[in-house]
Design a binder for this molecule. Sequence first.
Ligand SMILES: [Fe+2]
Length: 158
Amino acid sequence: MFISYLLSPRTCHRFVGYLEEEAVYTYSRIIKEIELGNLPEWSDPKYQIPDIAVTYWNIPPEKRNMHSLMLYVRADEAKHREVNHTLGNLDQKMDPNPFISTYKDNKPHPTKSLENHKATGWELMKLSKPTYHIVLSGISAAFHGSGLNELIPKKVLD
Ligand SMILES: [Fe+2]
């Protein structure tokens, strides 16, 4: 995988995006089976989910059941899918990471949470005018543009 990533990062991100998507389908199927009562052990109110899961997701007491846990896990997989499909959509050498970029408008943008979630990932042209912060030789420069081919230095930050 490491060598594959060196050869084609976009292909690797796309591949991982599809793997994550399969995980989303798998957890959706499990959730449905729990709801249908086909997994009685996991539907049993006495069934205790692992403490490590409670700690990791900070699950409140009323949601410490397998159905809720599967919703938490599926949400994580959905985010992994979005991130990898987005990175698979971008030019690996030119495009900034849109999940850590800052934006000057109020339009929906990629976030680190499930807010503004896009299952197929974000396309660069739909990312309106991000401000790119790039560190070059110890100098942090801000670039502003509607596309990566339009990167124009606006100012140099301290
Ligand atoms: Fe994942």
